[in-house]
Design a protein around this ligand. Structure first.
Ligand code: C2O
Ligand code: CU
Ligand code: CU
Length: 430
């Protein structure tokens, strides 16, 4: 933090090697290290300033997923950093406490860059969240989990061959960059900040003994109150913060079969990886755990939804690498929302493939899914939502503060292969 209160970060993207599999050296890419990147942490109200260098052999970008950020600093496909070049985005953090993330977004190569290891968390803190009695000691009872799937060649390199229709699917889960991860937990309860950092895999997460956990936050911040659950589904790019009591013996965090796929052609679910089951992380409790407080009964006050205030309604049909029948064109602006106005977007997956839908710059709320109110885990702030084949999802969203007649924001399917193939569009906030 400098004398004017600006919080500075330096990131360098470079190639290295990582022991993802025991005893095997795998060539990977990372920020400030061989794989993934440091957790960026900043408070609401603080100005952050980045000095980002690209030491990779090809151009990349750094996008702030879920972050409310001026369009010219969004790090989408228009903010290319050439090899050897630097990029210095800066903005004042103005959003609630949340687990956000950053990853490359070079048009056509996002999946490859993320698969090779470029991704990190971006945690926002604020006074309201700090005042709550939640596990919050980073690395002790507040643990980041970046969950990804990988395939390896015989010589231990990342296998980038044979993408499926949802992208590169791996047969090995790496959690925070390593396979077979475990975590020693010294407290009664642990908070897991979970990111689905995979390119195309859906996870239906729970514990092997089906124990309950409390979900406390979705993509863009705390839920109104903790939601007791035994499973949480995350499509690529989505996050969930959960708090679980560890008990006396080890327990496995597991990805169960992802069953929310009515509408996928019969027999096709397996080819999208939806039937796969993986162990993600073993929690190993200490013999004499430190006490953890009971969870607060309320967490945050979410604004009431008022669909009648919407200034515009827009429709998005997802089908076959396209949105509304078109592929991404870097030179085409698809629409221009007005700054500080509310809109309602209706997203329909008219395909028989699973998709999801992500919007840059803003956090939205889900009005309804197929006409029904969203379940607790989808009732808070979201920036990415799973779209089951056949589903119709209505979102309400608002683009505030940053009008820019030159630089667009993106919206897209966050299955990274689909995004790379052009299932993306762009809008200017005017
Ligand atoms: Cu997580 Cu447009 O990206
Ligand atoms: Cu994004
Ligand atoms: Cu898709």
């Amino acid at each position: 933090v400098d004398s004017s209160g600006v919080r500075h970060f330096t990131l360098t993207a470079a190639a290295g090697t990582t022991e993802m599999l025991p005893g095997t050296s795998t060539p990977t890419w990372g920020f400030n290290g061989p794989v993934l990147g440091p957790t960026i942490r900043a408070r609401r109200g603080e100005t952050v300033a980045f000095d980002i260098t690209n030491d990779l052999p090809e151009a990349t970008t750094v996008h702030w997923h879920g972050v409310h950020v001026p369009a010219r600093f969004d790090g989408g496909p228009h903010q290319t950093i050439e090899p050897g070049a630097r990029w210095e985005p800066t903005w004042t953090v103005n959003q609630p406490a949340a687990t956000l993330w950053y990853h490359p977004h070079p048009h056509g190569s996002t999946e490859k860059h993320a698969y090779r290891g470029l991704a990190g968390l971006f945690v926002v803190d604020d006074d309201e969240a700090d005042a709550l009695d939640l596990p919050k000691t980073y690395g002790v009872d507040d643990i980041p989990l970046i969950i990804q799937d990988r395939r390896f060649t015989a010589d231990g390199a990342l296998d980038e061959s044979d993408p499926t229709d949802v992208g590169l699917l791996g047969d090995t889960i790496v959690t925070n960059g390593i396979a077979g991860a475990h975590l020693k937990v010294g407290t009664e309860k642990v908070r897991l900040r979970i990111l689905n950092g995979s390119g195309g895999r859906m996870y239906n997460l729970g514990f092997a003994d089906n124990r309950e956990f409390a979900m406390i936050a979705s993509d863009g911040g705390l839920l109104a109150k903790p939601a007791t659950m035994t499973r949480i589904a995350l499509s690529p790019g989505e996050r969930a913060e959960i708090v679980v009591a560890t008990g006396e013996s080890p327990v496995l965090l597991r990805a169960f079969a992802f069953d929310d796929h009515a509408g996928v052609a019969a027999g096709e679910a397996a080819k999208f990886g939806l039937a796969d089951i993986f162990d993600i992380l073993e929690l190993r409790p200490a013999a004499n755990p430190g006490r953890s407080a009971a969870l607060p009964t309320t967490l945050a006050t979410l604004p009431r939804l008022d669909p009648s205030a919407a200034a515009a309604q827009r429709r998005f049909e997802l089908r076959w690498f396209m949105i509304n029948g078109e592929r991404m064109d870097m030179n085409r602006i698809d629409f221009t929302p007005t700054v500080d106005s509310t809109e309602i977007w209706t997203v329909r997956n008219v395909d028989n493939w699973p998709h999801n839908f992500h919007v840059h710059d803003t956090q939205f709320r889900i009005l309804d899914i197929d006409g029904a109110a969203p379940p607790p885990e989808l009732s808070g702030w979201k920036d990415t939502v799973y779209a089951r084949p056949g589903a119709t999802i209505r979102l309400t969203l608002r683009f505030s503060e940053y009008a820019d007649p030159t630089y667009p924001y993106m919206y897209h399917c966050h299955l990274m292969l689909h995004e790379d193939q052009g299932m993306m569009g762009q809008f200017l906030v005017l």
